[in-house]
Design a protein. Structure first.
Length: 258
């Protein structure tokens, strides 16, 4: 199944408001897709990674970025594009904001999944419907009901539960690095930066799964749809409403009552 075909199934069953996105981590020296824009060169600005995903899911653009394209220090460090020096590892970035002290802040940095320095040359993101590269990971933003449908789809064949974890911070590392490392689907709570710079709404969350699971996810979406689990979620309408007393009195008059 190619990316565009998968996109069609996702849009049919989920009706998401923004484009599903494909992500690939490129090895050093690996050529960039022809369609890819570089933020610093082509847009004239440095961006956060959540912004890049926002360009893809809202504008339909393919972007490729490395350290020179990034404005977010946390992302540059975690993705291996800048040195994880003593100031970074001390917890200073989270201290007083997310953490009560530097020791707690250091644990926040430790908890982020990371690429090793030099492990990747660039990251490329683009809308599944029109990308010119094979993605490793699929990222879908939606409301909690749409994300629930993806959980349903991933568990359709095997049952059980889907496990994920979050720090509420640095969700770009979860969307891209952890998804790449684990090769497992996960649902993701957008972080503060994603809401500010990526403009993710309060009613949105994200879901990722390996592109290699495309057929399994589509089979799960179709199977659960056939079983009656669908989006939009149907509301229960087969009931008789109760109205105010004055309305009921009018009904009694019509029926000859007193």
């Amino acid at each position: 199944m190619d990316a565009a075909t998968l996109n069609g199934h996702l849009e049919k069953h989920l009706r998401v408001q923004t484009f599903p996105v494909g992500v690939r981590s490129l090895a050093p020296g690996e050529p960039l897709p022809k369609k890819a824009k570089r933020p610093a060169k082509d847009l004239g600005v440095k961006v956060a990674i959540c912004q890049s995903i926002g360009f893809s899911r809202r504008y339909g653009w393919t972007l490729a970025f490395a350290g020179e394209d990034l404005s977010c220090p946390i992302a540059k460090a975690a993705f291996g594009f800048a040195e994880r020096n003593a100031y970074y590892t001390s917890g200073a970035l989270a201290d007083g904001m997310y953490a009560s002290c530097r020791e707690a802040g250091a644990r926040f940095e430790d908890a982020l999944t990371k690429y090793e320095p030099g492990e990747v040359g660039a990251i490329v993101v683009g809308p599944l419907s029109r990308i010119d590269f094979e993605p490793e990971t699929v990222v879908v933003y939606g409301n909690s009901a749409q994300v629930m449908r993806l959980v349903n789809a991933c568990l359709f064949e095997k049952g059980g539960s889907l496990k994920t974890e979050t720090t509420g911070r640095g969700d770009c590392t979860e969307l891209i690095i952890r998804s790449h490392r684990t090769k497992e689907p996960q649902f993701i709570l957008p972080c503060y930066g994603d809401r500010i710079f990526g403009m993710t709404g309060d009613d949105e969350m994200a879901f990722t799964f390996p592109f290699s699971m495309a057929e399994q996810v589509v089979k799960g979406l179709e199977g659960t749809h056939a079983g009656g689990v669908r989006y939009p979620i149907p509301v229960y309408l087969k009931y008789q409403a109760e109205f105010p007393k004055s309305y009921q009195d009018l009904e009694k008059l019509w029926s000859g009552g007193t």
